[in-house]
Design a protein around this ligand. Structure first.
Ligand code: FAD
Length: 458
């Protein structure tokens, strides 16, 4: 066994790397153990045939996401404003609505219905306490799914579609699979529902220049050989003054403190000795993540812009039901992206791994139905299937009813020398990059406080 390090971090996603970076800067001796052969976790930039990078994982950052914005600035990584100069499309039952800005211009009774639903959802989010999962009101809100709430409170198909697409894009699931509390707590942290879906000043305002994976790459670079790839942790033993981490084919690692930096569902496979407290173990068992496939279609130029379109579309039919323009400004090429998954597909068989060719054909047909025949002039088609990614339970948090109001404290409560990071454990921006940065920083501060205390005692 190697020497005892101050802190071992499990997971080289954004959160774990931020923990390690902060600890190292404070003078602690750290090691990061990552199961995959790359860093970044849910941040991954894939290259097109022409060499441009597209975000196969997380992509957008918003103006309120101060933690990730500050870190990007620290590393001198720039931002690309989301293209919004034109008309968005919404298609429901064959009827097309064209609109600018965030809120679709529906028929008056549909607008009224959507406006009222958004107002009530914002009110629920505002009534939540601090932290939002505590108190009787939160417990009551956690008894219902967003879908159950929508059945009673949303009357028109158009409003339902908009809320379904917000849920698919922000949580990777259907409204029936998501607790109303999970949804409302996220809205609470995002500063309101329109901020969550907003382009000009909301959560979709910017993308990261050069691709989102640039951030974990730069963090890993600063840590050098302290990051060990292909090093899965499958066992954690807690002793009186140290912790031992074991994994297949790797020597055990001994550390004073440990930060487990991944979502609760993914780390549920780690065996603990002694066993984890029942509350934490139950949280890991019940936690869920929404998942799907992210696809990019690459063109020589963003030709839809010439027709006054932003490339953003929502439709109630087909497989590609929500699209965005993610063209890289530096090369002049055009890129459309879409998120494919069970919550937003009318043919689940198309999502099977062996249906790749049929899936691509359907995505292109769906895009052509929205934007016209120029869709077929594509140069490249790139897909990333997150349902098949090892050491990853999914893309975004989709916590069902009765989990947050009961188990939320266990997301951050240290267990002996074990601390928890990972985006899902953040009080703000949970499930997103901003939450990953905040959680990584919080866990590093907890560890530093414990190490300082120990030094004082010795
Ligand atoms: C398709 C998609 C779209 C998204 N869109 C956005 C977006 O637009 N904006 C946004 O802000 N966020 C978005 N997200 C979410 C964002 O990417 C994540 O919130 C963030 O990257 C999470 O970072 P993390 O470090 O907490 O977790 P992860 O990135 O999941 O990192 C955890 C790491 O731990 C490793 N690991 C797990 N178990 C073990 C083990 N036992 N031993 C060793 N290593 C282990 C994993 O391999 C992984 O590398 C998206 C994610 C996806 C997948």
């Amino acid at each position: 066994m190697s020497k005892t390090v101050d802190a071992a971090i499990v997971g080289a996603g954004l959160s774990g790397l931020v923990s390690a970076y902060r600890l190292q800067r404070a003078g602690a001796d750290v090691v990061v153990l990552e199961a995959k052969d790359r860093v970044g976790g849910r941040l991954m930039t894939s290259a097109s045939r022409s060499g441009i990078g597209v975000d196969s994982g997380g992509s957008w950052v918003g103006l309120r996401q101060q933690a990730v914005l500050a870190l990007l600035e620290e590393f001198g990584i720039g931002l690309v404003p989301q293209y919004a100069d034109g008309v968005n499309l919404l298609r429901i039952a064959g009827r097309e609505y064209r609109y600018q800005g965030e809120i679709p211009r529906l028929r008056p009774h549909e607008m009224l219905d959507l406006g009222r639903a958004m107002w009530v959802l914002d009110r629920i989010a505002k009534r939540l306490g601090a932290p939002p999962w505590t108190g009787d009101f939160a417990a009551r809100v956690d008894e219902r799914s967003l879908g159950a709430w929508m059945r009673r409170n949303v009357r028109t198909a158009a409003s339902r579609l908009v809320l379904e697409m917000v849920t698919a894009a922000s949580f990777g699931c259907r409204p029936t699979e998501l607790s109303l509390l999970t949804f409302s707590a996220h809205v609470h942290g995002s500063g309101g529902l329109s901020d969550l879906i907003g382009v000009s000043d909301g959560a979709l305002a910017y993308r990261i220049a050069g691709g989102a994976a640039a951030l974990p790459a730069r963090l890993a670079e600063s840590l050098g050989d302290r990051v060990r790839l292909g090093h899965a942790v499958t066992g954690i033993e807690r002793h009186a003054d140290h912790v031992i981490l074991t994994g297949p084919g790797r020597p055990p690692v001994r550390a004073r403190r440990v930060i487990v930096a991944a979502d609760p569902a993914t780390v549920a496979c780690i065996a603990h000795r002694p066993a984890l407290p029942a509350g934490r173990a139950e949280l890991q068992r019940r936690w869920q993540m929404g998942s799907g496939i992210k696809a990019h279609v690459v063109y020589r130029r963003p030709w839809w812009r010439e027709r006054g379109l932003t490339g953003a579309a929502i439709t109630d039919a087909g497989t590609a039901r929500i699209t965005f323009d993610v063209s890289p400004p530096e090369t002049g090429e055009g890129v459309l992206t879409t998120f494919l998954g069970l919550p937003v597909s009318d043919d689940p068989a198309l999502l099977a791994p062996e249906a790749g060719d049929r899936r691509r054909q359907r995505v292109l047909e769906d895009l052509a139905a929205l934007f016209g025949p120029d869709v077929w002039t594509f140069e490249d088609y790139i897909e990333k299937d997150w349902t098949r990614e090892s050491w990853q339970s999914g893309c975004l948090l989709r916590v069902p009813t009765g989990v947050l109001s009961v188990g939320r404290p266990w997301l951050t409560e240290p267990v002996g020398a074990l601390h928890w990071a990972g985006s899902e454990s953040s009080h703000f921006g949970e499930g997103h990059m901003d939450g990953a940065v905040r959680a990584g920083t919080r866990a590093a501060e907890e560890v530093l406080a414990e190490l300082a205390l120990k030094q004082l005692r010795t």
